[in-house]
Write a protein that binds this ligand. Sequence first.
Ligand code: 5GP
Ligand code: ZN
Length: 109
Amino acid sequence: MCIFCKIVKGEIPNQTVLEDENFLAFNDINPAKKIHVLVIPKEHYDSFDVIPPEIMSEMTTFIHKVVEKLGIRETGYRMITNIGKNGGQEVSHLHFHILGGEPVGRLVR
Ligand code: 5GP
Ligand code: ZN
């Protein structure tokens, strides 16, 4: 079982930001910015590449609630999902990184 499935099952502890029946948002263990939250579907999908569009739609609604709760809707934030080897994905369970709480800098150089 993958590490994020273990977090969903409660076998690995996490600092939960928001949770519902289908999705979980929790603090990244190694934060890159003041706010660094990971949002995952509880069901395992390897990456964004294989998520059914109707589930992505539900996830979008959940992410809006997460950034509302984090209080960063006004100030803005960056959302990233890494996909596969060249995308730099280390954990093969779809997750969106939510980065904020401070200016995150330019992404593309
Ligand atoms: P990726 O490189 O796959 O896009 O990002 C994986 C992220 O998961 C990294 O930012 C890493 O710090 C985070 N991470 C890895 N293992 C754990 C863990 O056990 N708990 C938490 N909260 N985050 C983790
Ligand atoms: Zn998983």
